[in-house]
Design a protein around this ligand. Sequence first.
Ligand code: PRX
Length: 653
Amino acid sequence: MSTPSITSVQKEGKLYPPPKAFQKKAHIKSMAAYRKLYKRSYKNPASFWAKAAKELHWFKTWTKAMQWTAPNAKWFVGGKLNVSYNCLDRHLATWRRNKAAIVWEGEPGDQRTLTYQQLYNEVVRFACVLKSLGVKTGDRVAIYLPMIPEAAVAMLACARIGAPHSVVFGGFSAQALKDRILDAGATCVITADGGFRRGQIVPLKVNVDDAVKDTPGVKHVLVVRRTGRDVSMKAGRDVWLHERLAELSAQGRFSCRAEDVDSEQPLCILYTSGTTGKPKGIFHSTGGYLTHAAITTKWIFDLKDEDTFWCTADVGWVTGHTYVVYGPLAIGATTFMYEGAPNHPGPDRFWDIIERHRVNVFYTAPTAIRAFVKWGDEHPKKHDLSSLRLLGTVGEPINPEAWLWYHRVIGGARCPIVDTWWQTETGGILISPLPGATPTKPGSGTLPFPGIVPEVVRKDGTPCDANEGGYLVLKKPWPGMLRGIWGDPDRFKKQYFGDFPGIYFTGDGARRDPDGYFWIMGRVDDVINVAGHRLGTAEIESALVLHESVAESAVVGRPDDLKGSAIVAFVTLKGGRSPGADLKEQLRSHVGREIGSIAKPDEIRFTDALPKTRSGKIMRRLLRELATQGDVKGDTTTLEDFSVLEKLRAEEE
Ligand code: PRX
């Protein structure tokens, strides 16, 4: 663990209180209300969350709200429910039956709206298709789709039959997909003939064909027709969704009841990077996860029935799970989905969408905001953004300049901004303003959500003083908390409960200011946050050394104005290989093939040797300094061979 240090983006600025007009109609209307809620929840988090869980429909109520023996938290023990029932069936008995559940726009401009009734019908039909392919409760299903309504439909259909899904981001390579299919033991893969991105077609089915060559457990590949392009279909294994639907409909009416699912049964697995080369399969439960998703969506995004909510995340990430699909649908909201790139056909695509669909609540990542700043104010200024009433950010610390731009140019200085801190592991937001209550400070996630008990501690576990940088931990379990790492309980315990026994360690550095506001200072482990996506340095290193020319590599992050962090790879070559621009490009493409484009190093530096300790550990800290500041000033006493550093410095010049 490196020691957290306060960076220049962390200066405190002015306070931004919630606008009065907003506050009056908000779910939580004042700081006094928040403080009262928080105080009560602090004394008894389980009872706070149990009250939230009662907003869901349970087939059978739980006998115990929470059962905690570190590292395992069980929520709503003995309770039975179904996520798809909560997101669909229960709304059908209300006026929401004909309300828009999903409003969607494809990159080429095609549009679809699904009401709750229509979405229910689609999910039931899809669930019948899955069953016809032999998918049963407990089976894992991999989903590798573009951002089309079928992605949400597929997730809800899996939830309906109690089959945990593992959604793999469409930007991941065939190799990364294969690793995830194998690790989860998926028996079925759902994909499409492609998706549109920046005017091109992403060849999803081709990647699946490549991936499933070596995954004997996969019995079927279900293919959604999206682009109409020709793809190869392997007889007996590959099935077109539309053809199977037609066959089933010829046999009679579609019907598929929502299974009674145990509250603790895994709903989904989401792979994320850690400090080793192997991504971790974070899995979430059913009852706890949905409770957390629903209440945070309602209070933090302050969603009203008339709102259209646009969370720009892809469903391949946790943000897409919780705030595109499950949270909004569980509370009967209208969720907006967009398939493509923010700058296609022009840099104003998002603002054009907001204007045409009258989006009210908009949630995106700082990296996107910084790109918008770079592209210029003229693009949002061309559009009427007056429908917006609340803005949000997630994924990395936002620099105050970007925050202020977002506030002024996109929010017209009238929209509160919720800077939401959370992780794949936490399932939902843990630290965030409540927009009708919390005065915000640009760059701070502000205060914990009720029921959440975070603290900033020193290495020895003692609490830090105000403004002292330390490690962000969570002292009590919460319902959206991960239930484990798929197939690896030891890694789960060691990774999250190894540094501060019995307490969850987030991997983030933070400080709390004298008002008790949290300021996230970034990762303190070997994980870098690139354009809001988490990548393990070890994962990229493992990919690099698979290349025939590479002997060894060390990857570090360096601050980047646009992406938060850029990836710098130091590479030593095998004897007889010569460095050069060609090889750099080859290595970048190689990483793209192994992991996906997001992991391609921004910079590759060839070097004769890497700085190591006497015990042979690569000193990434020195490389980070070199990549960031151009020189090494920190402690080098444990370095084994000083000449390595001298050479690296010389290469720098
Ligand atoms: O370092 C924190 C940063 O993103 C990490 C979690 O990444 P991931 O699991 O990919 O989930 C991203 C979306 C939930 C955290 O450990 N992070 C996330 N949100 C914020 C943040 N850093 C600062 N401020 C945030 N609002």
